[in-house]
Ligand binder design. Structure first.
Ligand code: ADP
Ligand code: MG
Length: 400
């Protein structure tokens, strides 16, 4: 068996009951672990939180920081391949697995692109030469002098930190050039991207999988509704896309191009905006299973987490067929709160909707805005799935 850095020459599959490793024991790590275990693998998770949802279900929980040499060494000795639930993997951790010749699901290039909006926008712009789908117009702000050169046609705009932003965090609306300086200061004068606020008709995401041998497959494009920058619902098939023939294919082709250009192996989610004039812009890339792909767990033949296992274990990819229309509802910690007190929501009422599939992540304490679980509502039609989703949301006190 020859291994050469992360570009493993070995094409043999990693078969159960081998150990697989995962960095991060949040909900994405936990759902990956469940799927890996159900295929017969053993899983070692690295997460500094002793109460992490993934740590509670993995065969082995290394409770240490992501850069901890001893923990990384233990993981490397145990596991044939390692994946991650988040893109902000420290560079030394990545180097560690690469130097040991352990297959790590993220190549250095994917990580640097997904960690940094400046590189990401540039990369997406490069990809648009072929795909015809580029990012929204933007301007990079690295120093105070870049504030003055911001083109006026970008306003009204959104100022986004280049690094560590998620769920709408690290973003400020900027109405005009006068507001830019104070917005940049309140983001700590860090490197930012000033992005034109686009007239969105609706938002979609493409979820694709690329195998070690370059084979590609794509789930149906999903339609997403965000609230306060956090995903609220995902509906598949996308009801709005039905009015735009060929757009789905164009979006999937653009996503394939991105995965190929990154030489990516695994599950990749690409977010897009469909604008009011019917044109499309690409928003961002997540090199991992994504919240907008949770519907695959109950509605598709193969879930996105099983695909992550298959891709990293060099197995053939699974069938992505959608078996039934589905509407996914995210459950935030907010639903635990009533009159300033916390109490357990009435899951019995949720489960009284027979097509509602409840997934709770086992997080220790509910907090406002914290993702605690999701519910996949299936239906014979999109309308039926959406109606079930609205009813479940109502029972939980979530406005639909
Ligand atoms: P995050 O990394 O937090 O997901 P995004 O860049 O995806 O950040 O922004 C979160 C949400 O904010 C998007 O899903 C979209 O609803 C809205 N948004 C972001 N950028 C734009 C834009 N340029 N124009 C209009 N809406 C935007
Ligand atoms: Mg986003």
């Amino acid at each position: 068996m020859t291994k050469s850095g992360n570009t493993a020459i070995n094409h043999l599959p990693i078969l159960p009951p081998a150990w697989l490793g995962i960095l991060g024991g949040g909900q994405l790590g936990r759902m990956f672990i469940h799927e890996a275990q159900s295929l017969g693998y053993k899983v070692c998770v690295l997460d500094p939180d002793p109460l992490s949802p993934g740590g509670a279900v993995a065969e082995k929980h290394l409770c240490a920081d992501y850069g901890d040499e001893k923990a990384l060494n233990d993981m490397a000795n145990l596991c044939a391949a390692v994946s991650t639930e988040f893109e902000n993997v420290p560079a030394n951790t990545l180097d560690y697995f690469q130097n040991k010749g352990i297959f790590f699901s993220l190549l250095g290039r994917c990580v640097s692109i997904a960690q940094d909006r400046v590189l990401e926008k540039q990369f997406l712009r490069d990809c648009s030469v072929h795909s015809g789908i580029g990012p929204a117009p933007y301007h990079v702000i690295q120093s105070a002098s870049d504030l003055v050169t911001a083109p006026t046609h970008l306003f009204p705009a959104i100022l986004k930190t280049a690094r560590m932003g998620y769920d709408g965090k690290g973003q400020i609306n900027v109405l005009d050039a006068n507001e830019l300086k104070s917005a940049w200061q309140s983001l700590g004068q860090s490197v930012c991207v000033l992005e034109k606020r686009m007239p969105l008709a609706f938002e979609v995401s493409a979820l694709i999988v690329r195998a070690h041998d370059g084979k590609l497959t794509a789930y149906p494009v999903a339609e997403n509704i965000h609230r306060n920058g956090i995903l609220h619902t995902t509906t598949v098939p996308s009801p709005s896309l039905a009015k735009y023939p060929d757009l789905s294919q164009k979006i999937i082709a653009a996503s394939y191009e991105i995965a190929e250009k990154m030489a990516y192996v695994g599950v990749l989610c690409v977010e897009y905006f469909v604008l009011q004039d019917g044109s499309v812009v690409v928003n961002e890339v997540a090199p991992r299973p994504h919240n907008s792909g949770h519907y695959t767990m109950d509605a598709c033949v193969t879930s996105q987490f099983e695909q992550q296992v298959r891709a990293m274990a060099r197995l053939p990819l699974g069938d992505v067929t959608l078996m039934e229309p589905v509407a996914m509802l995210n459950i935030l910690g907010d639903v635990w709160f009533e009159n300033g007190q916390t109490r357990e929501p009435r899951w019995d009422q949720v489960l009284a909707h027979s097509s509602a599939k409840l997934h709770l992540y086992g997080k220790a304490s509910p907090k406002l805005g914290r993702k605690m679980g999701h519910i996949n509502c299936l239906g014979k039609s999109i309308d039926e799935a959406r109606a079930a989703c609205v009813a479940v949301a109502h029972d939980l006190g979530i406005s639909p």
